[in-house]
Design a protein around this ligand. Structure first.
Ligand code: SAM
Length: 239
């Protein structure tokens, strides 16, 4: 998977390229990353990338030209057919199913806005999809792009150490994950549930499924609405 990043602050992306699971994916070349900075495509001596909005109002907008050229440079690396995603608070809400779908692409061009955003005509001309990471406004699209990179990278084959761990995470099967415990066996008087010490794999599987169902029912009942439940899940939820 190639991520071609279009941003005024490429150095921010070391948070994903140099650390943890995503950093390992880069080291192992499962993921490659390239940068195009709109500032490198300016022609004036101040290297101006923003301009005042027509009609007045506060703030500035990213200029079309440098941004368009940065996207063109990203296409050269990522391929002409690479999907262009603009991170925007007005986009479709990014979620697990979108991460799984985007992980099937071979390359993504992620465009991070700054200031009050970008000229609408640039979006119409260049962008395939707008994605939001939540109903709040960030100062720039870089953090949002990193959220997408991280969530998508976790879905790529071979990235996570344990083959099943992405499938067992919250949302993968439409449920929140069950609670987990590690040593010590007793912490502040609280002990690990007996079943997890029993060595009985079937009992542990059923306990975890029941916990995941109960937790989802309690915290995110919306996830259960319309979800096709198995006979075992119905039985455990009713217990
Ligand atoms: N004026 C814009 C609006 O209200 O829709 C907000 C612009 S915001 C200050 C600057 C940039 O941050 C945006 O162009 C976008 O790239 C990014 N951004 C802000 N909030 C975001 C969110 N919730 N999800 C994804 N990107 C976001």
């Amino acid at each position: 998977m190639h991520f071609a990043l279009v941003s005024l602050f490429p150095e921010m992306f070391t948070a994903v390229s140099d650390h943890g699971v995503t950093g390992r994916a880069v080291t192992q070349a499962v993921v490659t990353i390239s940068h195009s900075n709109p500032r490198d495509y300016t022609t004036d001596r101040h290297r101006t990338v923003d301009d005042r909005p027509y009609g007045g109002g506060p703030g500035m907008l990213m200029k079309i030209d440098p941004l368009q050229q940065a996207i063109a440079a990203a296409r050269q690396v990522a391929g002409a057919d690479a999907r262009v995603v603009y991170l925007s608070p007005q986009g479709r809400r990014f979620d697990h199913s979108r991460a799984v779908a985007l992980a099937r692409e071979t390359a993504l061009i992620l465009v991070a806005g700054r200031y009050e955003g970008v000229d609408e005509r640039l979006i119409e001309a260049e962008v395939d999809e707008e994605l939001s990471i939540g109903d709040y406004v960030l100062s720039g699209g870089e953090l949002a792009a990193m959220v997408v990179i991280d969530a998508v990278t976790r879905q790529l084959p071979g990235v996570l150490g344990h083959a099943l761990s992405a499938e067992e995470d919250s949302y993968a099967d439409g449920l929140l994950d069950c609670p987990h415990y590690t040593r010590p066996e007793t912490y502040q008087g609280k002990t690990v549930p007996d079943v997890l010490l029993s060595g009985n794999h079937e009992a542990i599987r059923r306990w975890r499924l029941k916990q995941a169902l109960g937790r989802t029912h309690e915290r995110r009942p919306d996830l259960l609405e319309g979800r096709a439940m198995t006979a075992e899940e119905n039985e455990l939820l009713a217990e």
